[in-house]
Design a protein around this ligand. Structure first.
Ligand code: SF4
Length: 277
């Protein structure tokens, strides 16, 4: 069996940076709290817990004056305000690319545009972008847009969640052109994500089967899976190498890829497991 690991694998720079900052703080301080996982990956989250990072459900549960770590997905303005009111010490690991999207939506509103965010409604990054607007609208896809088209004003400023697939963004923007009079579109898909999505398309055509490794909670990992599946019907999603099935040894070639929150070590372990079949 030939095994190919996608050349764009392992943590992205934003996740790498967030973990590094978290590590540095845990070496010096105790009582660091999070309300969202630093990374959407169970293995990494467990490691962070071992370093002493504590997860709570809401900011109000963090004791006054303690450290509050914001993850790479970022948060809205009100979260910073709440943290300040509780006298929390903020460790901000928001990815600079996401921070830039926050700035873009604030500028768009200043210029008089109603902000439209193309993204997953329930994803932390989308929620954070939305909370940086006064009256933003989230659109997940064309079907969703058709259902709410009466709410779309004539002048809109459009951005997307950084991990969106370009095809979805393009189709929503095309549909918006039928509804709005003026559209200012700012491309905010992360370059790192684009490279991974382009690579998985190539890899999915080249091999007999594809294994996507990562957390099912990770939006960009799920998107990689959907892209690969649309090209190669033998595409499988595993969270850990233990989920590898013996029957997959029938494939002569397998491609392995992971999202931006999947450590490279997990892809290597997946490769080892496949070699042992
Ligand atoms: S995928 Fe891109 S935007 Fe998201 S955390 Fe990584 S580098 Fe930042």
């Amino acid at each position: 069996m030939k095994i190919y690991i996608s050349q764009y694998s392992g943590f992205c720079v934003g996740v790498e940076r967030a973990i590094k900052i978290a590590r540095e703080y845990t070496k010096k301080y105790k009582n660091i709290y999070i309300i969202e996982d630093v990374v959407h990956n169970q293995q990494v989250s467990e490691e962070l817990r071992r370093w002493g990072i504590k997860k709570v459900k809401k900011i109000e549960e963090i004791p006054q004056g303690k450290f509050f770590l914001i993850n790479a997905h970022g948060v809205g303005k009100e979260t910073y305000q709440k943290a300040k009111r509780r006298n929390l010490k903020i460790i901000d690991t928001t990815c600079p690319i996401v921070k830039n999207i926050h700035k873009e939506v604030i500028n768009l509103e200043r210029e008089g545009y109603t902000v439209v965010i193309i993204g997953d409604k329930n994803h932390a990054e989308t929620k954070g972008i939305l909370k940086n607007t006064k009256r933003g609208i989230v659109i997940e896809n064309v079907e969703n847009l058709r259902r709410i088209k009466e709410r779309i004003p004539p002048k809109i400023g459009c951005v997307s969640q950084s991990t969106q697939a370009i095809e979805n963004v393009v189709s929503v923007v095309c549909e918006l052109t039928k509804i709005a009079q003026e559209i200012k579109f700012i491309k905010t898909i992360c370059r790192e994500i684009e490279k991974r999505q382009q690579e998985i398309k190539k890899l999915s055509k080249k091999v007999e089967a594809v294994i996507i490794v990562g957390s099912r909670k990770s939006a960009n990992t799920t998107r990689l899976f959907n892209i690969a599946r649309s090209i190669n019907p033998h595409t499988f999603f595993v969270e850990t190498p233990q989920e590898i099935k013996n029957k997959w040894k029938k494939f002569k070639s397998i491609g392995i890829a992971g999202g931006t929150s999947t450590p490279l070590s997990l892809l290597k372990k997946t490769e080892e497991k496949l070699n042992d079949l």
